[in-house]
Design a protein around this ligand. Structure first.
Ligand code: DQA
Length: 147
């Protein structure tokens, strides 16, 4: 099974940006967590990060026919991007939305998620472990026996 993990803007600044909200773990720590999860679960996990909305749309389109599941943290584009929502709908690949912070307990503008409308599940407020939980969910619900 192949899973694509997509991270949106400013997530490359993890560990530096607002550690009181997003924690002290760095983006490199997240990449390590993804590699370890892939190894432990016998999955192929590819990671993509961009600060640009169109690049995220391009990557979702690229995934069509190539991956079995998507884990996506669209970051700020969560709350604004109909283009990312439409791309997820277009490829129709099972997708799990992840937010490191508990967006529900933050500013009102973070309460809406466009991308989430095309996702089978949302995991929020679990820190970096949310990514691992999302991968496990996709494996459990959409996994095949072979990589
Ligand atoms: C975030 C929450 C978003 O509201 C914010 O814009 C981010 C990160 C999260 O992982 O908690 O950049 O998606």
């Amino acid at each position: 099974m192949k899973i694509l993990v997509i991270n949106g803007p400013n997530l490359n600044m993890l560990g530096i940006r607002e550690p009181g909200i997003y924690g002290k773990n760095t983006f490199a720590d997240l990449l390590r967590l993804l590699e370890e999860t892939a190894l432990a679960e016998g999955l192929e996990v590819e990671q993509y990060q961009s600060n640009h909305e169109g690049d995220l749309v391009d990557k979702i389109q690229w995934a069509y026919g190539k991956v079995d599941g998507i884990v996506i943290n669209p970051a700020a584009y969560t709350h604004t991007s109909v283009a990312i929502l439409d791309a997820l709908k277009a490829v129709s690949i099972p997708a799990v939305e992840v937010h490191i912070s508990d967006v529900d307990s933050r500013e009102p503008f973070r309460q809406i998620s466009y991308a989430g409308m095309a996702c089978v599940k949302t995991i929020k407020g679990q820190g970096l472990d949310g990514y691992r939980q999302a991968i496990l969910y996709l494996k459990e619900h959409y996994g095949k026996d072979t990589v």
